[in-house]
Design a protein around this ligand. Structure first.
Ligand code: SF4
Length: 375
């Protein structure tokens, strides 16, 4: 299994206090022990170790992504310095990189955006949808919603040439929001991609709503996506399902889909989503260890095995080659660890079945129209 995505937490704190945040509001306080910012020394050292790992394992391209906390809290000067280090370090190697920043958007200004254009860094914004939708959970430390402030930043991006590097949105699904309204709201900002994420629930902390409502929500969004003939952006989750159904991609690949995190002090961890599923810590630090030594780490190997293996309860499921038990963090329970179907199983099954039927209808209609054209 090869690792190709590395997330750098360049700033450990956040300027927001989102009510659902898995880092700051789900009982994990490890961020308090971290330095506020990553040092240039740690950043460069980590890049060199990633390059050594990629060269040794014949990985041609790696993703270097900036995250937090809120990564823009690193400040403009530090960001400029880090991006210079990034370019310079990779220019001396055989490995290519692509790079993005995941931000809540509030600190974005023309200076930052021009820097990201100059250094070819893609920008992803976290948003729940419209201004009112964001105000429900995305609040600052005075409990004031950020909807309008974010909208002003999005206007800055979309009304100037600055949107060249704007890649898209990351949106946590909230059943109170109408999927069609969110879809067309995002569309007006001309994103390249939107990632819709199910909330971070599992068997230890199940969602309050009936699971079938998530299925209905996703199906409604999928139908809007399919019916929009002027569609100009991708919804990754739906496209992945479509590709898998059409057998154009494997349901799980030899690349670790959970990315590796480098904390501000150089600590290496698994994806933050595992913080709500018995922990993401690996007790390793990039200052002392190589990336290859991850392969000897017990927790890393457990997660890798659980991600590769199908949960027992999913063995007989007719859509398991598409779903593969859902996201690893959604499978967690104190009793069975990760050997459970996703807590969102019913919703995933409803959606995959719906997409399959839709594709069958599209293929049948296209065959019918081709045969009619031949007559
Ligand atoms: S739909 Fe449910 S049973 Fe089927 S693979 Fe997904 S989680 Fe497992």
């Amino acid at each position: 299994m090869k690792i190709n995505t590395f997330i750098f937490k360049v700033a450990s704190l956040c300027n927001l206090n989102c009510k659902y945040c898995y880092v700051y509001n789900k009982g994990d306080s490890s961020f308090k022990k971290q330095p506020k910012h990553m040092s240039a020394f740690t950043f460069e050292l980590a890049l060199n170790k990633i390059i050594a790992y990629a060269e040794e394992n014949n990985i041609s391209t790696v993703n270097i992504n900036f995250h937090g906390g809120e990564p823009l809290l690193m400040g403009y000067d530090r960001a400029e310095k880090f991006l210079d280090i990034l370019r310079k370090t990779f220019s001396n190697s055989r490995v290519n990189y692509s790079s993005t920043i995941q931000t809540n958007g509030l600190l974005l200004d023309e200076k930052f955006i021009n820097l990201f254009i100059d250094k070819n860094i893609g920008i992803y914004i976290s948003s729940d949808g419209t201004s009112e939708m964001n105000d429900r959970y995305r609040v600052d430390f005075s409990d004031i919603g950020i909807g309008m402030r974010l909208e002003n930043k999005l206007d800055l991006i979309s009304t100037t040439p600055l949107n060249k590097n704007f890649r898209g949105f990351l949106c946590v699904i909230d059943l109170q929001n109408d999927p069609e309204e969110i879809y067309f709201y995002f569309k007006r900002y001309n994103p390249f991609l939107v990632d819709f994420l199910l909330p971070l629930n599992n068997y230890k902390s199940p969602p309050a709503e009936e699971i079938k409502f998530y299925g209905e929500w996703l199906i409604k969004l999928f139908n809007v996506y399919m019916n929009d003939i002027s569609n100009n952006f991708r919804i990754r989750y739906f496209d992945d399902i479509i590709l898998k159904i059409l057998k154009k991609s494997a349901s799980h690949t030899k690349e670790l889909l959970i990315p590796i995190i480098i904390e501000t002090n150089g600590q290496i961890e698994l994806d933050d989503t595992l913080k709500v599923a018995n922990g993401a810590a690996l007790n390793m630090n990039i200052q002392e260890e190589s990336i290859n030594s991850l392969l000897k780490n017990e927790r890393f190997n457990l997660i890798e095995k659980e991600m590769t293996n199908l949960p027992n309860a999913c063995q007989a499921c007719p859509v398991n080659d598409i779903c593969h038990g859902g996201h690893i963090s959604h499978r967690y329970s104190d009793n069975n660890n990760f050997d459970n179907p996703s807590i969102f199983c019913e919703a995933l099954y409803m959606l995959i079945e719906h997409v399959s039927v839709h594709l069958e209808q599209v293929i049948a209609a296209s065959k019918k129209s081709s045969s009619e054209n031949l007559v």
